[in-house]
Ligand binder design. Structure first.
Ligand code: BES
Ligand code: MN
Ligand code: ZN
Length: 495
């Protein structure tokens, strides 16, 4: 399967594996260098790498690309040593990053046939590294060129990943499906608001679900009115593009309880009447990254036919100012009966999610995880590499963190103190949609928790800092990262 210009298959380690290759990628940490001899490399390659290593101390830094070009009988052989760290750094996450860099180096060197090798894969128990390298190559090679009139052709690369892992074939296939899903999520994030509005997002979800064992339902404004979903309706009412809620159901475990993944799908967030400053407002096309991650994860979960029951709920709306837009000071009643005083129309994510997490519970979900570009405050608190978690149940948090470890995505739980709930109490309504700057990521999360049925374990993931990357590095490419997609897939595997 060709994804982002790569097709990866698995193979076993032997001298013949390197025949006809135009490129060899060696994934090495400092200690792994000792195992180079066991890879049965052409002797000229092994010699060149050893000589190079003798004089380059920093070559093992995670993600460093060292390119050696050796003459062959016919043409040249590109040898790429991808640094995977030293000591305890030699973990799958380092290999995923290094593979992302290696993918771009292979494309740059126009390598059409490559072999990927790593001493660590001589250990049959290193399946997680097989997955990480495969995901890293596919994701690092991602590009978004939809709107480029002139096509820039890259040389497609057939790559064979050598290992002693018995189930490598299945792992490579699984990683391909996961990487394809993350690429799909990235595409959705990178689409601008004029192309991807809430209706288009719903249409896309229906189209995607048709080819897979997924049940799909699209709720329009009329349905929302009938079900008293006045929070999402209020957010959407300022736009000519009406809101949509999308429910995708995957049944892979009979009558076991459903877990719900609920995503914020604001296809463009101008702030509404509480309008945002104009600098970089265009970045708010990414405000549907949570819904994008849910949609991508559902695609992979159904493709992999995982043994779990999962529903995905996308809460889609466009937040615009206008004559029909909601005003600061408005009071609206959400579907669960609680009233909300709208302090800021720019705190719209928690409003669409209020009705969406309620609907997930209404449909019978026994565990709820929402994912959203909810606040700028999470960037101040945790930076751009870590997503924040606010939850009512520590077990769900541990599950997310463990899945994140396998996915190479970082999480940090924020305190969910009852004291903080005081801040979102309103004088005129039940709740305020904004409690200002103090602990913004916490109060935003706690607000959403008020709409989850009592007794249902719930966690909120704030991807405000992680949903996009400012520069290309490792397996991230500038633009939408697809953060959360892999975590949700691995979480579903664990259910
Ligand atoms: N989508 C934004 C959050 C955001 C902003 C994420 C910048 C990433 C980068 C969200 O809808 C928003 O506007 N949040 C406000 C909340 C405030 C009004 C309580 C914020 O973070 O300023
Ligand atoms: Mn906003
Ligand atoms: Zn927003």
């Amino acid at each position: 399967m060709m994804i982002n210009g790569f097709n990866i298959t698995s193979g076993v380690v032997n001298a013949a594996a390197y025949d006809n290759a135009k490129g060899i990628v060696l994934f090495l940490c400092k200690e792994c260098l000792q195992g180079l001899g066991k890879l049965e490399l052409p002797s000229a390659v092994a010699k060149a790498v050893e000589a190079y290593a003798a004089i380059h101390e920093d070559m093992f830094e995670v993600g460093t690309i060292n390119t050696l070009v050796l003459p062959q009988e016919e043409g040249l052989l590109t040898v790429i040593v991808a640094g995977c760290g030293e000591g305890a750094e030699c973990k799958p996450v380092a290999f995923r990053k290094a593979a992302g860099e290696a993918a771009r180096a292979l494309h740059k060197a126009k390598v059409g046939k490559a072999v990927l090798a790593a001493p660590i894969l001589l250990n049959p128990k290193r399946g997680a590294y097989v997955e990480a390298i495969t995901e890293g190559i596919y994701l690092g090679a991602y590009t978004f060129t939809l709107f480029k009139s002139k096509e820039t052709k890259r040389k497609e690369c057939e790559a064979v990943l050598l290992s002693a892992v018995a189930e490598a074939d299945a792992l490579v296939a699984k990683a391909a499906i996961a990487a394809e899903a993350v690429s799909y999520t990235r595409d959705l994030i990178n689409l601008p608001g004029n192309i991807l509005n809430p209706v288009m997002m719903a249409d896309e979800a229906v189209k995607m679900a048709q080819t897979l064992p997924l049940e799909v339902e699209v709720l329009d404004e009329t349905f929302m009115e009938i079900n008293n979903m006045h929070a999402i309706l209020a957010v959407g009412q300022g736009s000519n593009n009406p809101p949509r809620m999308v429910v995708l159901k995957y049944n892979g475990a009979g009558d076991a309880p459903y877990t719900a993944f609920v995503g914020k799908g604001i296809t463009f967030d101008s702030g509404g009447i509480s309008i945002k400053p104009d600098d970089n407002m265009g970045e708010m096309k990414d405000d549907m990254s949570g819904a994008g991650a849910v949609l991508g994860a559902m695609k992979a979960i159904a493709s992999l036919k995982l043994k779990c029951n999962v529903m995905g709920v996308l809460a889609c709306a466009e937040n615009m100012p206008g004559g029909r837009a909601q005003r600061p000071g408005d009071v609206v009643r959400a579907a669960n009966g609680k009233t909300i005083e709208v302090v800021s129309t720019d705190a719209e994510g928690r409003m669409v999610l209020a009705d969406a997490v309620w609907y997930a519970c209404h449909l019978g979900a026994k565990k709820v995880i929402d994912i959203a570009t909810l606040t700028g405050a999470v960037i101040i608190a945790l930076g751009k590499e870590t997503s924040g978690i606010v939850a009512n149940d520590d077990k769900v948090v541990e599950e997310i963190k463990l899945a994140g470890k396998y996915a190479g995505e970082n999480y940090w739980q924020l305190p969910s103190l009852p004291e903080c709930k005081e801040a979102i109490k309103s004088d005129v309504a039940d709740l305020l949609n904004s409690a200002g700057r103090a602990g913004g990521c916490i109060t935003g999360g706690l607000f959403i928790g008020e709409f989850v049925d009592a007794g249902i374990p719930w966690a909120h993931i704030d991807i405000g800092g992680t949903s996009t990357a400012e520069k290309t590095a490792g397996c991230k490419v500038k633009g939408g990262t697809g953060f959360g997609t892999l975590t949700l897939i691995k979480l579903a595997e664990m259910l």
